[in-house]
Write a new protein. Structure first.
Length: 755
C-alpha cells in the first residue's frame, strides 16, 4: 500500500508504527488485528474509526463500533472527538454489546412478544422471579436455589440457546431434568411482565436476525463497517450476532489477543478469534507486536510462557527499550515470609523515592490477599483492594464472623440480626417483628428474647421450629467452644448452620471463591489463642484505614489487572494448586490449563520496569503445613531472562527438574501435594430434634426474667392476636391464658395487657 508523504498525513495517522497504520488504512474486507499486550491497540482502533469518517467512507451513523465496557466506549468516542471535532457527535452505534442490542431490540420488540418500553431486570429482580418459578414448580428452593438456575440460564443465553434449543442432556443440569421447562416458564413470565434480563438483549436480537430476513437485511445495509474491540472476550451469542450483521459486506475489523482470553468462566470463547479466517475467507491478519510498556526481559519471559500453549495464532512481542532488570523468581519458606518479603521490597523502593502506588500485588484468588493486608497494616503500609473488598469486608466473611460474634457474645444484636435468617430458616417479617418487640419491651438482647419466645404460642409452628433450632444451635456451639479449637469450631458452625451448603448449592465461580475465603478465615484464626483475641484483632484491622488521598499499594486478582500497568509487579503464590488453580484443572483439564497460562501471560505483561514472582515451599492449610512445588509456569520461563533467588536447597535446578519436558503435566496429583487452598468440609455431628428442643429450653431458662407485678391468676387480659382471655397459670414470666375464642395458649407476659 502506497503511503502518503508524512507532512500531508492527518493527525490521527502521525505517530503510528507500520502495522498500526496498516490496521487503519486497510479499510475494505475482513481484518483481524492481533494486538499484543501494550502494543497500542486502542490508538489503532480509534484512528481507524476516525479514518473511516474523515475520508467519507461512511457517515458516523453507518459504523457499528462495539466495546465491552462503557469506559472503553467513552474513551474511544473522546479520542475520535479530539481528532475530528463535532463530526463524531452523530455516532449512535458506538457502545457496548448490551447497549447496542438494547437499542435494536426496542425497535423490534414486538417480534419477540415484548413492547418497546420493556424493562431490564437487575440481578435481584431476576432471582426473585426465578424463585417464584421454582416454588410454582413444587421444587425445594433450598435444594435447587434460584441463583444456580440463574447461572445456568445465563450460560445458555451466552451460547445463543433459547428454551427450544436446550436438549435433554442440558436440561438434566437442574432439578433432575426440569431445567428446560423452568427456563421456558421463566421466559414466558418475562414476556408477561414485559421484561428481559441482560442475556435476553442479545439473545432476542439473535433470534430476530435469524428468523426475520428483512430485519437482518436492514442492518446489513445500514452498517457499512463493523469494528469490534476485545474480540477474544466474545461469547457465542455475541459472535453469532456479529457474524450475521457482517456477512453481507464483510467489512469487519476485530481487534483482540488470543493470548489474553481469560474469561471463559463468564462465557467467553477463545475459539471465536481463532476461527476468524474460516468465518471470513481471505481475511487480512495484522499483528501489533511492538510493545510500548515493558522491558525486553519482561516481554521475553511472558512470550516464553505463552509459547507452551497450543492452537494459538502466534506473535512475538518486542520493544525498542533495551536493558532493564530481568524477571526475578524468589522462593520463600512459607506464606507469611512471602508477605514480609513483598512488604520489605515495597518499603525499600519507597526509600529510593519511588511512589508506592506504582507497585501492585497480583493474586490468583481473593483468599490470598489476607496475609498481605494484615502484614501491611502491621507495618503501616497503606494499600487498596481493586475489584473487590478487603478480606474482612467480604460478605461471606462478615456472615461467618457474625456467627462467631454471637457465640462469643450472645448480646451482640447486630450480629444476631445478620445471621438469624441466613441461610433462610423460614422466619418471616412477622416473626422477626415479634422478636424485636419482645426484646425492646424487656430490654434484653435478641438471642435472649428468641430463647423465651420459642416456648410460647406467639409464633406460627414453622417459625417456632426454626427459631427453636437456631437458639439450640447457638447454645450447643457455645458449649463446644471449650471443647474444640476455635478454628475447628468455625468450620463446624459454618457446616452445621447450612451456610457452607448454601454457597455450594449456588455452583458458580463466585461461590467457589467465597468458599475458599471461608477456608482462609479458619486458617487465619489458628494464629490466635482464643476466639475473643481473634475477633478483637479483626475489629482493629477493620478500623485501620488509610487516608483516601494517600498513595497506596494495589492488591488485586490477575483478572482484575487486565488492561492495567504498574512499574513494579509482584506475582505471588506461583505454586501448583494455587496457580495454576487446582479447581480450574479439575474442572476443565487441558483447556483450563491453557487459560491459566494465558493468565500468567497477562500477569507478567502488567509490569513496566520490574516483575518479581514468588513461590513458597510450604502453605498452612486447615492447620496442616503442606509442602508445595513451584508452578509449572516458572519452569517455562526462559532462563536467559530471569534471576533466581531461592531460600530452599536445590533452587532453580530443583523446580526445573520437577517440570522437565518429560514430566507428566498433572503429576502433582500423584505426588500427593494436595489441592490449593479451598473449603474443607467439616465432620457434621448429627443432632436429634429432641436434643435441639432441650438445648433451646435450657437456653431459655438461662435467660429467665422477673414476672410482672401487675398480673395475677384469674385476671382478664388482652392480646392483639388472640383477643380476650383469663390467666389460668403463671410460671415466672410465662403465662397460660384461656382465650375466649382461641382457647388455651402459652405466652410471655410482655405480650399482654390487663383488660
Amino acid at each position: 500500500m502506497t503511503q502518503p508523504p508524512a507532512n500531508s498525513e492527518p493527525a490521527y495517522i502521525r505517530g503510528l508504527n507500520a502495522p498500526q497504520r496498516e490496521a487503519v488504512l486497510t479499510t475494505e474486507g475482513p481484518v483481524l488485528v492481533l494486538a499484543g499486550a501494550g502494543t497500542g491497540k486502542t490508538a489503532a482502533l480509534t484512528a481507524r474509526l476516525a479514518h473511516l469518517v474523515a475520508t467519507r467512507r461512511a457517515w458516523p451513523s453507518e459504523i457499528l463500533a462495539v466495546t465491552f465496557t462503557n469506559k472503553a466506549a467513552r474513551e474511544m468516542k473522546e479520542r475520535v472527538g479530539r481528532q475530528l471535532g463535532d463530526a463524531i457527535e452523530g455516532m449512535p452505534w458506538l457502545g457496548t454489546f448490551h447497549a447496542i442490542a438494547a437499542k435494536m431490540l426496542r425497535r423490534h420488540a414486538g417480534l419477540v412478544g415484548l413492547e418497546s418500553n420493556f424493562i431490564i431486570l437487575d440481578t435481584d429482580d431476576q432471582l426473585r422471579l426465578l424463585k417464584q418459578i421454582i416454588i410454582a414448580a413444587d421444587l425445594d428452593e433450598k435444594r435447587w436455589p434460584a441463583r444456580q438456575l440463574a447461572g445456568l440460564i445465563d450460560r445458555w443465553k451466552n451460547r445463543g440457546l433459547t428454551p427450544a434449543d436446550v436438549d435433554a442432556g442440558e436440561s438434566e443440569l437442574f432439578a433432575n431434568g426440569r431445567g428446560q421447562a423452568l427456563y421456558a416458564a421463566y421466559q414466558a413470565r418475562l414476556r408477561a411482565v414485559n421484561a428481559c434480563d441482560f442475556g435476553d438483549l442479545l439473545l432476542h436480537m439473535l433470534v430476530i436476525l435469524k428468523t426475520h430476513r428483512d430485519v437482518l437485511a436492514e442492518y446489513q445495509e445500514r452498517f457499512r463497517y463493523v469494528l469490534v474491540d476485545e474480540y477474544q472476550d466474545t461469547n457465542a451469542s455475541q459472535y453469532l450476532w456479529l457474524r450475521l450483521i457482517a456477512q453481507e459486506r464483510k467489512n469487519i475489523c476485530c481487534v483482540g489477543d488470543d493470548d489474553q482470553s481469560i474469561y471463559s468462566w463468564r462465557g467467553a470463547e477463545v475459539a471465536n478469534i481463532l476461527r476468524f479466517e474460516k468465518d471470513f475467507p481471505g481475511a487480512k491478519i495484522i499483528r501489533l507486536e511492538q510493545n510500548y510498556r515493558s522491558t525486553s526481559h519482561i516481554l521475553a519471559a511472558a512470550s516464553g510462557v505463552i509459547a507452551h500453549n497450543g492452537g494459538r495464532l502466534g506473535k512475538t512481542l518486542w520493544t525498542d527499550a533495551e536493558g532493564g532488570e530481568k524477571v526475578r523468581v524468589t522462593g520463600v519458606w512459607d506464606g507469611p515470609e512471602e508477605a514480609r518479603r513483598v512488604g520489605d521490597e515495597i518499603e525499600a523502593a519507597q526509600a529510593r523515592g519511588e511512589r508506592i502506588d506504582q507497585s501492585a500485588i497480583l493474586v490468583r484468588a481473593q483468599f490470598q490477599t489476607r496475609e498481605f493486608e494484615e502484614r501491611f497494616i502491621s507495618i503501616g503500609l497503606p494499600y487498596r483492594i481493586v475489584g473487590g473488598f478487603r478480606f474482612y469486608e467480604r460478605a461471606e466473611i462478615r456472615y461467618a464472623l457474625a456467627y462467631l460474634r454471637v457465640i462469643q457474645q450472645p448480646a451482640d444484636d447486630l450480629a444476631f440480626e445478620r445471621i438469624v435468617n441466613t441461610p433462610k430458616r423460614g422466619l418471616g417479617d412477622k416473626a422477626l417483628a415479634k422478636l424485636h418487640q419482645l426484646a425492646r419491651a424487656e430490654g434484653i438482647p435478641l438471642l435472649h428474647a428468641a430463647a423465651r419466645l420459642v416456648g410460647t404460642d406467639e409464633l406460627t409452628p414453622q417459625a417456632r421450629r426454626a427459631l427453636t433450632g437456631f437458639v439450640a444451635d447457638i447454645a450447643r456451639w457455645r458449649n463446644r467452644l471449650s471443647e474444640l479449637p476455635h478454628a475447628e469450631l468455625a468450620r463446624v458452625v459454618l457446616e452445621e448452620s447450612g451456610y457452607t451448603a448454601m454457597l455450594q448449592n449456588e455452583r458458580s465461580a463466585e461461590s467457589a471463591g467465597r468458599l475458599e475465603n471461608l477456608g482462609e478465615l479458619a486458617r487465619a484464626m489458628e494464629e490466635y489463642e482464643t476466639l475473643g483475641a481473634f475477633l478483637e484483632h479483626v475489629s482493629l484491622v477493620m478500623d485501620n484505614d488509610a487516608s483516601p488521598d494517600e498513595a497506596k499499594v494495589t492488591i488485586m486478582t490477575i483478572h482484575a489487572a487486565k488492561g492495567l500497568e504498574y512499574d513494579n509487579i509482584y506475582l505471588v503464590g506461583w505454586e501448583e494448586g494455587v496457580f495454576p488453580s487446582q479447581r480450574a484443572l479439575d474442572e476443565g483439564g487441558n483447556a483450563s490449563l491453557e487459560e491459566e497460562r494465558r493468565l500468567a501471560y497477562v500477569a507478567i505483561t502488567r509490569a513496566r520496569k520490574r516483575c518479581t514472582i514468588f513461590h513458597a515451599a510450604n502453605r498452612r492449610i486447615y492447620g496442616q503445613w503442606t509442602s508445595s512445588i513451584p508452578s509449572r509456569f516458572i519452569a517455562e520461563l526462559p532462563a536467559d531472562h530471569i534471576d533466581s533467588e531461592n531460600t530452599m536447597s536445590g533452587g532453580e535446578s530443583l523446580w526445573r527438574a520437577q517440570w522437565s519436558e518429560q514430566a507428566d503435566p498433572f503429576a502433582h496429583v500423584a505426588r500427593g501435594t494436595g489441592r490449593g487452598p479451598g473449603w474443607q468440609r467439616a465432620t457434621v455431628t448429627r443432632v436429634e430434634p429432641g436434643a435441639r428442643i432441650v438445648e433451646a429450653r435450657a437456653s431459655a431458662a438461662s435467660f429467665a426474667a422477673k414476672p410482672r407485678s401487675d398480673l395475677a391468676l384469674g385476671q382478664r387480659v388482652f392480646h392483639t392476636k388472640f383477643g380476650y382471655g383469663a390467666i389460668v397459670a403463671i410460671e415466672g414470666n410465662k403465662l397460660e391464658i384461656d382465650f375466649e375464642k382461641a382457647g388455651p395458649k402459652k405466652l410471655l407476659d410482655s405480650f399482654v395487657t390487663p383488660a
